[in-house]
Design a protein around this ligand. Structure first.
Ligand SMILES: [Fe+2]
Length: 393
């Protein structure tokens, strides 16, 4: 089959420059030492994010498609490959914090080198649609890492005993009150999945029909005030509310509150990007695991939405300040097919043992959210900006 050749439009190179700059903007308040540490396996050092997103463009665009391209450093494949088996050996994830080299300065120089080559490449070429889609994937990948950068920076600073603020002007999102506390959806056949123009990930493709029963979904997220009631009524001490796995997790990890909550002199304090402050009762509760979200819903006598219920009802409420746990396992949609080559490793191989989160969060970059977006994490993880919304049958 003949490939369609198109001229990359100015918009793509402008967008490339803007997104790459935004990543560096997020890092601007950091000190050199903040770029390097890895306080737990799931959190990557900011320096690694900066290098890895750059490596993506070098590996999937410049090396295969720019004639006479000179690789910046042949060792970077080993250091900045995340999980692409197709591309070869890589440093293990838990060792990312041991990389005192390349230095922060080296990584910024690497970014500059790649940005200059990508800039020239995008301005001059005629490309196949496939290549343009790979650039677009690289940009959306970088935006995903922008959110991870925010959550990892928060974890790094929030686990420093001095609780340094990331940015003092940081203001957390408040709850938006809605006219009606619940939105009713009537039973019927509905369509879910991506359709239309613009970028989407392969895991959203395959728009398909789903049957939904009658349900009522809350138009607001669960607040800190409601979650405190759960804590104060002994929610973390009663196994009846928890999955067996969740209960094991609570006991093994000594969990008794959301991540970043600290009981100091009888007051619940919360570390946020602005520093350690008292809990704001009206704000949506944040940094819960799937286990905690489910236990809260059980305690309240409600349940979590499925991802289909969430998507169908999503136009009826404001979403976007918290990733919302759903009660749906992360599985392929009907007809899902992995792309050939390394790009096929992007989403499909993670479709096991994880739960879907819907919406977006205060850390999601502008222009990177849509109602069909499927985020996914293991049920015990809670360092993303995760919250919940309830359903009443
Ligand atoms: Fe990545």
């Amino acid at each position: 089959m003949e490939e369609t050749i198109v001229k990359a439009d100015k918009d793509l190179s402008t967008r490339f420059a803007a997104i790459r700059q935004h990543t560096e903007f997020i890092c601007r308040p950091l000190k050199t030492e903040d770029y390097v540490v890895q306080p737990c396996a799931d959190v990557s050092p900011p320096k690694w994010h900066l290098g890895h997103t750059t490596w993506f463009f070098e590996t999937f665009i410049l090396k295969p498609f720019l004639p006479d391209y000179k690789v910046y450093d042949s060792q970077y494949d080993f250091v900045f490959n995340s999980y692409y088996e197709t591309v070869g050996a890589r440093v293990i994830r838990t060792d990312r914090g041991n990389l005192s080299r390349p230095t922060v300065e080296d990584v910024f120089a690497y970014r500059k080198y790649i940005d200059e080559h990508m800039g020239r490449f995008l301005e001059n070429g005629d490309f196949s649609l496939n290549l343009i889609e790979t650039v677009d994937l690289g940009l959306n990948h970088e935006q995903q890492h922008q959110e991870l950068l925010m959550t990892d920076i928060k974890y790094i600073l929030g686990h420093n005993p001095l609780f340094p603020p990331y940015a003092t002007e940081y203001v957390p999102n408040g709850l938006k009150s809605m006219a009606s506390p619940f939105h009713q959806v009537v039973a019927g056949n509905y369509q879910i999945g991506f359709e239309g123009e613009g970028f989407s990930f392969d895991n959203e493709h395959g728009r398909h029909q789903v049957w939904l029963n009658d349900f009522k979904i809350a138009t607001s997220l669960v607040s800190n005030r409601e979650y405190l009631e759960f804590i104060n009524s002994g929610g973390y001490q009663n196994f009846n509310y928890w999955h067996a796995e969740g209960w094991d997790w609570v006991r093994r990890e000594h969990i008794g509150a959301p991540l970043y909550w600290h009981l100091i002199d009888g007051k619940w304090m919360n570390y946020d990007l602005g520093g350690l402050t008292e809990i704001i009762p009206e704000n949506p509760v944040c940094h819960l695991s799937f286990y905690e979200a489910t236990a809260f819903a059980n305690w309240k006598g409600f349940r979590l939405p499925t991802e289909a219920e969430w998507e169908v009802a999503s136009a009826a409420f404001d979403w976007g300040s918290r990733w919302e746990w759903t009660n749906s396992a992360y599985l392929p949609y009907p007809g899902f097919k992995k792309a050939d080559g390394a790009i096929g490793e992007y989403n499909g191989k993670f479709m096991v043992s994880q739960m879907v989160l819907r919406g977006a969060s205060q850390a999601t970059p502008v222009g990177h959210s849509r109602s069909t977006y499927r985020n996914f994490f293991h049920p015990h993880l809670r360092w993303q900006f995760t919250g919940l919304r309830l359903i009443l049958d």
